[in-house]
Design a protein around this ligand. Structure first.
Ligand SMILES: [Zn+2]
Length: 317
C-alpha cells in the first residue's frame, strides 16, 4: 500500500476517521465507510456495505445517486452482494476532492436512512458496524463470525501452500515438455516462420510436463516453466544453426556430423569469422520475444494459480 493522499488525510481529519495505509475508515450515523485513493488525482473510492441489500433497493439507491451525480462528481456506483463501491473524481485540489466525498457520504447516509436499510458486514447479512479489518488490502467491516471463518480458511490455505510434489521432478517434467516444444519450434522455423503460438505451445508443454511429473504447486512453479521455455528456445536456436551447418557442408546426415555441427553451432554466438554473429543474436532475440509474447499470458495465469493463498485478513488496531 502506498502513502495516504492529502485528500484522504483531509477527509479523515474532517470526520475524525482513522487512517491506515493509504486508506481511511470510520462510522457516520451508524453507517461505516472506508475511503481510498491510489494516488493524488485518481478517483476517491468509497466502500460500505448494507445488510441484506436487495436488487430493487440497490437499483433505487443507484438511481437516486446517479440523478445527483454532478453534485459530488460521482463517476460510478456498483455493488457486489451487500458491498457498495462508489468512485468520485479525485482531481483538482485535495480539499475539494475531500469535500466532494464528504458530501457524498452525507447523501448516502440520508438515502440509506430514507430507504430504511441498515449498515452491515461486507460478507453476510449481519447488521451494524462490528470492526474494521484489512482484507486483501481493503478496509471493510466484518462481523466476528465472518472474521473467524476467513482466518480459518487463510490458515488452511497456508497449509495448502506446502503442497505435495517435488520441485526436482517438476523441473525434469518442464524441461522435457519444453524440449518437445523445441522440436516443434525447430520444425516451424525450418519453414522460415516465427510464431508466438509456438511459444505458447512450448509453455503449455512445459506446464503439462511439470504437472505430469508431479512437480510441486508452489511459488517457484511459474519461474521454472519460464526458464524451461527460455532453455527450449535457446536449444532450438542452436539446433537450427547446426542444421544450417549440416546443409551447408552437404555431407549428409549422421550422428557424428550432428555432434560436430552442434558444437560448431555454439561458436555462432561469438566467432565472427565463421558466422554472422549479429544475425544469430538477433534471431535468438526475436525467437525469445515471440516465445515471451506467446507464453506470457499462460505464465501469468500459472502465477495467479500458485499465488492464491486465500484472503489475508488483519484487524485494524
Ligand atoms: Zn459477516
Amino acid at each position: 500500500m502506498g502513502r495516504t493522499s492529502r485528500a484522504v488525510l483531509t477527509l479523515a481529519g474532517n470526520l475524525g476517521w482513522r487512517v491506515s495505509g493509504s486508506a481511511a475508515a470510520g462510522v457516520k450515523d451508524g453507517y461505516w465507510f472506508s475511503v481510498y485513493q491510489a494516488k493524488p488525482g485518481s478517483p476517491m473510492i468509497l466502500s460500505t456495505a448494507i445488510s441484506g441489500l436487495k436488487t430493487l433497493e440497490y437499483r433505487n439507491l443507484a438511481q437516486c445517486m446517479l440523478d445527483k451525480k454532478e453534485t459530488f462528481s460521482l463517476l460510478e456506483i456498483h455493488n457486489s452482494g451487500n458491498s457498495l463501491e462508489l468512485r468520485v473524481k479525485g482531481n483538482g485540489r485535495p480539499e475539494d476532492a475531500a469535500a466532494r466525498t464528504e458530501m457524498l457520504i452525507a447523501e448516502l447516509v440520508r438515502e440509506f436512512t430514507r430507504l430504511g436499510v441498515p449498515s452491515g458486514c461486507s460478507f453476510c447479512d449481519e447488521e451494524g458496524f462490528h470492526a474494521f479489518y484489512h482484507v486483501d488490502g481493503e478496509i471493510i467491516n466484518v462481523c466476528p463470525e465472518c472474521a473467524a471463518r476467513i482466518s480459518t480458511r487463510t490458515k488452511s490455505a497456508d497449509v495448502l501452500s506446502d503442497a505435495p510434489g517435488s520441485y526436482c521432478m517438476g523441473i525434469l517434467g518442464a524441461v522435457l515438455g519444453a524440449l518437445l516444444g523445441s522440436v516443434i519450434w525447430l520444425g516451424v522455423s525450418q519453414i522460415g516462420l516465427y510464431a508466438s503460438i509456438v511459444g505458447y505451445f512450448m509453455a503449455f508443454l512445459a506446464y503439462r510436463g511439470y504437472k505430469l511429473f508431479g512437480g510441486r504447486k508452489g511459488s517457484y512453479m511459474p519461474w521454472i516453466v519460464a526458464a524451461s521455455v527460455f532453455l527450449g528456445v535457446l536449444l532450438a536456436h542452436i539446433a537450427n544453426t547446426a542444421i544450417g551447418i549440416i546443409k551447408y557442408m552437404e555431407m549428409g546426415f549422421s550422428v557424428p556430423m550432428l555432434n560436430f555441427s552442434l558444437i560448431l553451432a555454439l561458436r555462432g554466438f561469438y566467432d565472427n569469422e565463421m558466422f554472422n554473429v549479429a544475425r544469430i543474436w538477433l534471431d535468438l532475440g526475436l525467437g525469445l520475444l515471440f516465445a515471451f509474447l506467446g507464453s506470457y499470458r499462460m505464465i501469468s495465469a500459472i502465477r495467479k494459480e500458485t499465488g492464491k493463498k486465500g484472503l489475508s485478513i488483519e484487524k485494524l488496531q
